[in-house]
Design a protein. Sequence first.
Length: 64
Amino acid sequence: MPKVRVRNNNVEAALRVFKKKCADTLWEVRQREFYTTPSEKRRIAKKAAIGRNKRKNNDTARRY
């Protein structure tokens, strides 16, 4: 379990940091909540790869 120290009674900032540290764990728990078929996993992975590629191409187009 991730730990976060509260500095100067700033609980909001500590909570923000804690949520960032726990994001991967929460995502994995949500993914394992229901069974997904291998074909659905491939479909989701392909969709994510297409999105990453689109974002990458948009960023490079803006730079030049």
